[in-house]
Design a protein around this ligand. Structure first.
Ligand code: AMP
Ligand code: ZN
Ligand code: FE
Ligand code: FE
Length: 289
């Protein structure tokens, strides 16, 4: 098939209710089908729990599935999100490490609720955990619980009054270094990609991440303008990085569903898969079974 006639597209950045999205795997895949996506990647925060059910739904819908996750990392004081693609879902090192990130998230929820209680906002921690119903809860779940309990009117109000950085219930989150996140993904046979660089505006950290083995950069994202995408395409070329893209759809939790708003040409998926095969072979050599 010649490239110009290839209309296949993918969305490689999606969330479900296994982290802070609102769609179940089945709902997400139904939306992907409506958007005529050829391939999708699930990238829930600090978890891969949703990957098996999403893979099953994709199989029924004849959509290619790529397992993924989105790790929160830090590089030179900047919060950097790193996407890990095609990781081995049964890799015990990987599962142990993300289990730690999940425990950090759960403890942070307890601390945020304690801080709310300290300022006489009577939210119960069990309410938040019941609503989140996943291993990787985050601030959006606290915000939703505050809305449902009638303690604030909107999610935005919850963030503005309580949850934003330096507001009374904000609790900093432990983050691994970007280099460690990249290394963990590689050791799990995966491909490491810097998420939405245009949101962080921290281009100065890119060379160090490339040095640490970064494979790709998310040039196309729902919050990137055409100029921003172009800027990162140039950076991808300069550093010989793979190009990826995704909507970062969280379902209905952030206004209209974003799935389908970024349509990554399939040739980039093919390059990602080729790199994943190399990373898998390397991990197998490094850690023979
Ligand atoms: P956490 O990982 O627990 O720190 O939560 C981060 C999540 O909260 C991300 O999905 C953000 O998009 C979301 N978030 C951060 N700030 C706001 C805000 N002001 N309003 C709504 N959502 C937000
Ligand atoms: Zn999120
Ligand atoms: Fe992110
Ligand atoms: Fe995301």
């Amino acid at each position: 098939m010649s490239a110009s006639l290839d209309t296949r597209v993918a969305d490689l950045h999606l969330h479900t209710l296994f982290s802070d999205g609102t769609y179940s795997p089945e709902e997400l895949v139904a939306q992907a089908k409506r958007q005529e996506l050829r391939a999708l990647a699930l990238t829930d925060h600090d978890t891969v729990e949703g990957c098996v059910p999403t893979a099953q739904a994709c199989l029924s819908a004849d959509i290619e599935f790529i397992a993924g996750t989105e790790l929160t990392a830090e590089q030179d004081g900047h919060e950097i999100h790193i996407l890990g693609y095609s990781i081995d879902l049964l890799n015990s090192r990987f599962l142990t490490e993300i289990g730690k990130f999940q425990a950090v998230r759960q403890n942070r929820i307890r601390e945020m609720v304690q801080r709310l209680n300290d300022i006489n906002v009577p939210l119960q921690v069990d309410t938040v955990f019941a609503l989140a119903n996943c291993r990787a809860p985050g601030r959006p779940h606290v915000a939703r619980a505050l809305v449902q309990a009638g303690l604030v009117g909107t999610l935005d109000e919850a963030f503005e009054r309580f949850l934003k950085k330096n507001r009374p219930a904000w609790v900093p989150k432990f983050k691994i270094s970007a280099a460690d996140a990249i290394d963990l993904i590689h050791k799990s046979g995966g491909v490491a990609v810097m998420a939405h660089p245009g949101l962080n505006r921290s281009d100065e950290v890119i060379p160090a991440m490339v040095e640490a083995g970064l494979d790709g950069i998310e040039c196309f994202h729902s919050k990137h303008s055409a100029a921003t995408a172009q800027h990162y395409l140039q950076i991808a070329e300069r550093f010989h990085l793979l190009v990826t893209g995704g909507s970062d759809c969280h379902g209905l939790s952030k206004g209209r569903p974003l799935i389908g708003s970024v349509r990554l040409p399939y040739r980039h998926v093919e390059k990602l898969k080729a790199r994943a095969a190399e990373r898998k072979a390397e991990a197998a050599r490094q850690f023979p079974a």
